[in-house]
Ligand binder design. Structure first.
Ligand code: S3P
Length: 166
């Protein structure tokens, strides 16, 4: 498995889709699998039902489900690695963990006021979260892919270089 991690707005989902096409591999979107497992249809509902704790437990269940499938690209929710059991599971499952490293300001510009990202609702709290997570992303990543506004084609090429290097 190849996993994409990084903060909200880093472009994990777009890269996962494009990389999946290029490599002819399935894409596993953890957020979507969480909706299937919980029988809910958006993040606000997940938070309303059981808060962040419920989301983190559901993400672990999603990873366990993904592990039974053929190798593919895992598009991780930005906070998944903050939950130790999920972080450990991801490390066990993924040959490469690519960290999409984006500046907070660019992430904020991209996310805007997306209603389906409850943890980005307050920009200063989101910035605090961003800084708390940076060391976690760096520690768990096998590779870092800086995101600075390059085209999706360039991002895919850079990711392919990472995938094919030893
Ligand atoms: C979250 C990120 C979101 C989603 C949820 C919580 C976080 O995923 O899992 O809103 O903790 O940062 P994306 O990274 O796909 O936006």
């Amino acid at each position: 498995m190849i996993a994409l991690i990084g903060f909200m707005g880093a472009g994990k989902s777009t890269l996962a889709k494009n990389l999946g096409q290029k490599l002819n591999m399935p894409v596993y979107e953890v957020d979507q699998i969480v909706y299937e497992i919980t029988d809910l249809s958006n993040m606000q509902q997940v938070f309303d039902k059981g808060g962040e704790e419920y989301l983190r437990a559901s993400e672990l269940a999603a990873l366990e489900a993904i592990a039974k499938n053929p190798d593919g690209i895992i598009d991780c929710g930005a906070g998944l690695i903050t939950y130790e059991p999920s972080k450990d599971k991801l490390v066990e499952m993924a040959k490469k963990i690519i960290y999409l490293d984006i500046d907070f300001d660019l992430a904020r510009e991209r996310v805007g006021d997306d209603k389906n990202r409850p943890l980005f609702a307050d920009a200063s709290e989101a910035e605090e979260r961003y800084h708390m997570r940076l060391p976690l992303y760096r520690r768990v990543a096998t590779d870092v892919l800086p995101v600075h506004g390059q085209s999706i084609d360039d991002l895919v090429m850079e990711a392919m270089d990472i995938v094919y290097e030893d």
